[in-house]
Design a binder for this molecule. Structure first.
Ligand code: NAD
Length: 240
């Protein structure tokens, strides 16, 4: 199950799992995006269902997971990818000026949405004594990001959530990890104009992230970790 699976990083992750032969649940609040990904997954010959809802909508997430468990038997891997900053509302601003509704939106989308999804799939994973939860954080969690205090805080909280939850569910053979992307191409745009590109001088691709997610999905002895995939952007100041 991939949230925000309708485009860019989430879509790359959903397609990567489909190519590996997994049935995929695509959750996205854009029905159009979800259906487009679903069409491409179907063409790969695996099963797909879409949950068209906002990850903030706890009831719909639980109902969608129930449907997925009926159709596919179990949800074995959850990738909490849906997220974004106040840019989604056109409301990027200095923290001192941020409206409380905007703070709620960013925290609820990135953090609480991931918690809802994790709580929805955990009973099935605990019963099966197997599962993987992979949360998509951001290098903003590690270094901060201008005009996005709420986003940096929510993404850092995802790393904390992953560690604490990894402790609780280890006895059930469930691994919980994070992947923290740096600047990644979106809608094919390369973002050369941006200042937070990697040491390689360009943005990464959605596939750079799906490769890391697929790796973690195949590991049974890595848990509570955060893999940074940023082309070296967060390396220290030891330049030549
Ligand atoms: N692109 C980057 O450079 C970058 C860098 C660091 C972290 N990230 C993180 O990676 C994830 C994906 O980023 P992206 O650039 O592919 O995003 P995007 O905005 O290009 O796509 C996000 C997808 O998720 C869906 N979505 C958004 N909010 C949702 C919600 N509340 N409920 C359900 N669906 C929702 C959208 O409809 C869209 O299909 C996000 O969590 C983002 O914070 C991205």
């Amino acid at each position: 199950m991939v949230t925000g699976g309708g485009k860019n990083i989430g879509k790359a992750i959903a397609l990567a799992f489909a190519r590996e032969g997994a049935n995929v649940v695509v959750c996205d609040y854009s029905g159009e995006n979800a259906l487009q990904t679903a069409k491409e997954i179907e063409a790969l010959g695996v099963g797909v269902i879409t949950i068209v809802c906002d990850v903030r909508d706890r009831e719909k997430i639980f109902a969608g997971v129930k449907d997925a468990e009926v159709r596919f038997g179990s949800v074995d891997i959850l990738v909490n990818n849906a997220g974004g900053s106040a840019a989604l509302l056109g409301k990027l601003t200095r923290f001192a000026d941020a409206e409380p509704e905007t703070l709620d939106f960013v925290i609820d989308t990135n953090l609480k949405g991931s918690m809802h999804c994790a709580q929805a799939v955990l009973p099935g994973m605990i019963q099966k004594r197997a599962g993987k939860i992979i949360n998509i954080s951001s290098i903003a969690a590690l270094c901060g990001l201008y005009d996005r205090v709420d986003y940096a805080a929510a993404k850092a909280a995802l790393i904390g959530m992953s560690k604490a939850l990894a402790m609780e569910v280890g006895e059930y053979n469930i691994c919980v990890n994070c992947v923290s992307p740096g600047a990644i191409q979106r809608d094919g745009a390369h973002w050369e104009h941006m200042t937070f590109l990697g040491e390689h001088g360009h943005a990464g691709t959605p596939e750079d992230i799906s490769d890391a997610v697929l790796f973690l999905a195949g590991q049974n002895f890595i848990t509570g970790q955060n893999i940074v995939v940023d082309g070296g952007r967060t390396l220290g100041p030891g330049h030549r």
